[in-house]
Design a protein around this ligand. Sequence first.
Ligand SMILES: [Zn+2]
Length: 232
Amino acid sequence: MGEADRRLSFFTEREGEVTVMAKSAHRSRKRFGGILQRYVLLDIAWTEVAGRIPVLDGADVAESFWKIPEDWERVRHADYLLELASALFPQPGPKPKVFSHLLSGMRALSYGSDPRTLGRKAEAAFLSIAGFGPDLSSCSGCGKSDNGPFRFLFSEGRLYCGDCMHRGGIPLSLGAVKTWRVLQAHSPEAQERIRIPEKIHKELQEVIPKYLEWCIGRPMRSLAGGFARVEP
Ligand SMILES: [Zn+2]
C-alpha cells in the first residue's frame, strides 16, 4: 500500500460490503475529484485481483447527502445506519433490501427527519431481514395477539403476556408491540408513513437497540453513550 493510497469500504447494492484500494487517492485529486467521502451515493467500478484487495477503477457521484454533515445528530445516525448494515450483513452477495433501506435512511436524514426514529426503523427492518425476527405476532404461551402489556424475552426473541409470565424479560405495552410489528416492514416506502409517538419511542428505545446488540453479540459504537447496555 503506497503512501498516497486509501483503503475504502463501500456498502453496495450488488455485492454487499466491499473493501477496495483507491490508488493515489490522496495525491491525485484529479483522479477521483475529491468525491471519495462519506454520505455520498456513488457508482463505482473495481477490479478483482487474485489474493489481494480489489482496486477501485472509477467513481461517479449519483447523489450527495450534503446536509448530513451539517448536524452532529445526523452524522451520528448516518454512521449508525452504516454500522448496522455492516454488522448485520457481513456476507458478500446482493443486498437490495438493505441497500434500499440505507439509501432512504440517508435521504431522510439529509431532508431533516428525526434521526432517532430513523434509527429504530433501520434496526427493526434490518433485524427482520437478517432473520432475527423477533416473532411479535402473539404471546408464546397462550397465542393471544392483543393481550398486552407483554414481556419480551431476548433469549427466545418472543413475547409473553401478563397471564403467562409474571416477571423477567422487558415489559412492552401493546402499543409498542403493534408499532414494532409495523416497523418490521421490509420496504422503505411502507416505513416512511409510520409515525412513532414519543411515549412509544421511549419504550422501543429501551428494547430494540439492546435486542440487536444481544443478537450480534457486541455493542454498536456509533451511538455509544446514547443508551446504556444491559445484560438481559
Ligand atoms: Zn399469554
